[in-house]
Design a protein. Structure first.
Length: 152
């Protein structure tokens, strides 16, 4: 699958974990996003299970991320109220999955709650990023971010 293909969160919800891994490895890092990206948790377990988990996660825990590339950081939108919290540094670096270029969301020096978490994102479509979540050095989850203002 080409990274030029517009891959929205809906399509990603239908993908298996190995398919998500292949898409991540074949995609470019893109530019560091700006503004609010709507987040979708991707379990890679099948379309119905993924859709239910994504809805529950968005309503109860995590709605997405707000990027400030000029400041080199982001804040997560958490709780049902979308509180901007859990800050991370944002910078280009090598991915732990394949050593290719990616955008790193690094919580190690900015968050007491998530200091062991590292996210990596790559562009998989216009205004759409696919992300990997690492707890320590172990990949535990996938997610997507959709930036509506970047889509045409």
């Amino acid at each position: 699958m080409s990274h030029a293909t517009d891959t929205g969160a809906e399509r990603l919800l239908g993908m298996s974990r190995p398919d998500l891994d292949r898409l991540f490895r074949s995609s470019p890092p893109g530019e560091i996003p700006r503004g609010k990206g709507l987040g979708t948790v991707l379990l890679g377990l099948g379309p119905k299970t993924n859709a239910v988990a994504a809805v529950l996660a968005r309503r109860l825990v995590w709605q997405g991320k707000v990027f400030d590339p000029d400041g080199g950081e982001l804040r997560n939108c958490v709780t049902p109220f979308g509180i901007r919290a859990v800050r991370a540094r944002v910078y280009p670096d090598s991915s732990w999955s394949d050593r290719g270029a990616c955008i790193v969301l690094d919580y190690s020096h900015t968050s007491l709650v998530a200091h062991w978490i590292r996210d990596e994102i790559r562009s998989v479509g216009q205004g759409v990023y696919l992300g990997n979540v690492y707890w320590g050095r172990r990949k535990v989850l996938d997610f997507s971010l959709t930036f509506p203002d970047a889509r045409t």
